[in-house]
Design a protein around this ligand. Structure first.
Ligand code: IMP
Ligand code: MG
Length: 169
């Protein structure tokens, strides 16, 4: 595997994103919703840079199984446990690839009538992503390569790595 984004670059970028979020949500009380499992490290690092009052919840989705390519089907494995209605929601994703999971969560949340809904993602595969809405806070745009580390797995391995790597082979 080869390093794509170092731990230092990730930390710096998260601080920058958090500064923007702190500014954009001044006087508000957003709910950060982490998409499990991949976003657990990002959300932990991100919310510790957040200065506005906030709440944190998680949903769990599955679409990949142990494969590198999406099965094309998203399943909800853990539902939301918070009241969305009238709240400012920030969904936190590890990576947006096909955009299928993000679209699925977007529909799920919009049904509950939030005040606002935005997305944060560490990594964005812009060229292959097919979505018709904006991703508001992007850590890094990357190409069409399968990456691991910093929460991202291949067959549940490598989530614990501090940097992001391209998995070869
Ligand atoms: P999407 O629905 O295709 O956008 O992908 C959603 C989920 O698939 C992400 O939240 C990740 O958990 C996983 N995923 C997508 N691309 C990668 C990758 O390159 N490495 C590891 N996991 C990935
Ligand atoms: Mg995953």
């Amino acid at each position: 595997m080869t390093e794509l984004i170092s731990a230092e670059r990730i930390a710096k970028r998260i601080k920058t994103l958090a500064r923007k979020i702190n500014k954009d949500y001044k006087g508000k009380k957003p709910i950060f919703i982490g998409v499990l499992n991949g976003s657990f490290i990002l959300i932990a690092d991100l919310v510790r840079e957040i200065k506005v009052d906030c709440e944190i919840d998680f949903v769990k989705l599955s679409s990949y199984g142990d494969e590198k390519i999406s099965s094309g089907q998203v399943k909800l494995l853990k539902e939301l446990n918070c009241e969305i209605k009238g709240r400012d929601i920030l969904v936190v994703e590890d990576i947006i690839d096909s955009g299928l999971s993000a679209s699925f969560i977007r529909k799920l949340i919009l049904k509950e009538k939030p005040e606002s809904l935005r997305f944060v993602t560490l990594l964005y595969k812009k060229d292959i992503c097919k979505i018709d809405f904006e991703i508001d806070y992007i850590g890094f745009n990357i190409g069409n390569e399968f990456v691991i580390g910093y929460g991202l797995d291949f067959a549940q391995k490598y989530r614990n790595l501090k940097a992001v790597y391209v998995l070869k082979g």
